[in-house]
Design a protein. Structure first.
Length: 292
């Protein structure tokens, strides 16, 4: 299996079974032919499985999710991944444009923008950004998971973070690879910028694996790495010019304007009503919503 997808036998090598003793391994099956002249394989599936989530009405809360399944041995580059579509979540809110946007977003996760892959990122010369254990040639393991160093992701604490009751200490994580920093300096017109904040809300798969929505709103995950345009919309809730266009991709029902405030999506106690349907956005950090 690759995520939720069954991998054809022709894509696989023969299986080895060792039963705890490397000297008594036996081979099962035969080597498949593989896929020639291919850099990456996406296995696409459609299954309303547990990672889709369960909303208040019993249906899925996510349209899709993705994962990588295999990396190549020399440079740790992902070479196979799965995108699974939660068809039970397709509704009047899920226009074709929005589903395509979600598909692109999830593809970028499977291609490498994921907290699970940050420990394996390398620099432009192919050297690991996170030092490797000399015995295993793998990143260090902390609490059962591979841990990235401060070279790809740097922790930072703002000691005078303003809130309604005064100031607090606010810890964040910044993506600090050179390409990201260079593009972000141009995007924000800030020559002293150190890195770009990663999302600090949400559970596994949301926190650290997305840009901080307070700063970058719905900007595509890797736009800061590949390109920069000064025509992008802003993220100030009270500015109506920041409304998402076309409306068909505004699947989380955000509204920007004088009466809008920033709310943590997924927090109980509030919901959005649209086209006769009431729902509560989730898995997306924070967003701008009109209050009455």
């Amino acid at each position: 299996m690759c995520g939720q997808a069954t991998v054809p036998g022709s894509h696989l090598k023969a299986h080895g079974q060792c039963n705890g003793n490397i000297n008594t391994c036996t081979q099962t099956g035969t080597n498949g032919t593989g896929v020639a002249n291919t850099d990456y394989i996406f296995y696409v599936s459609a299954s309303n499985t547990s990672p889709c989530g369960t909303g208040s009405t019993g249906g899925p809360t996510s349209i899709a999710f993705a994962t990588y399944c295999q990396t190549e041995s020399s440079l740790d580059r992902p070479i196979a991944g799965n995108i699974n579509f939660c068809t039970g979540a397709f509704s009047s809110f899920s226009s074709d444009d929005y589903i395509l946007t979600v598909a692109k977003h999830e593809a970028l996760h499977a291609l490498g923008f994921s907290s699970g892959l940050f420990p394996f990122w390398r620099d432009q010369n192919g050297a690991p950004r996170t030092p490797r254990d000399p015995t295993t040639n793998l990143p260090p393991i902390v609490n059962g998971a591979y841990q990235y160093s401060t070279t790809p992701v740097m922790p930072l604490t703002y000691n005078n973070w303003a809130v309604g009751t005064g100031t607090i200490s606010h810890p964040v994580n910044l993506l600090v690879t050179p390409a990201v920093v260079a593009a972000a300096k141009a995007y924000f017109n800030c020559s002293t910028l150190t890195g770009v904040e990663l999302e600090n809300q949400g559970g596994t798969g949301t926190a650290i694996s997305h840009w901080e929505k307070r700063l970058l709103g719905g900007i595509t995950l890797l736009i800061l790495i590949f390109s920069y345009s000064n025509t992008g919309r802003g993220t100030t809730c009270t500015n109506a010019t920041n409304n998402i266009n076309p409306p068909s991709i505004n699947n989380l029902g955000e509204t920007y304007g004088p009466n809008s405030v920033c709310l943590n999506q997924g927090t109980k106690g509030w919901s959005v009503a649209s086209s006769g349907t009431t729902y509560m956005p989730s898995h997306s950090g924070a967003g701008c919503y009109q209050v009455t």
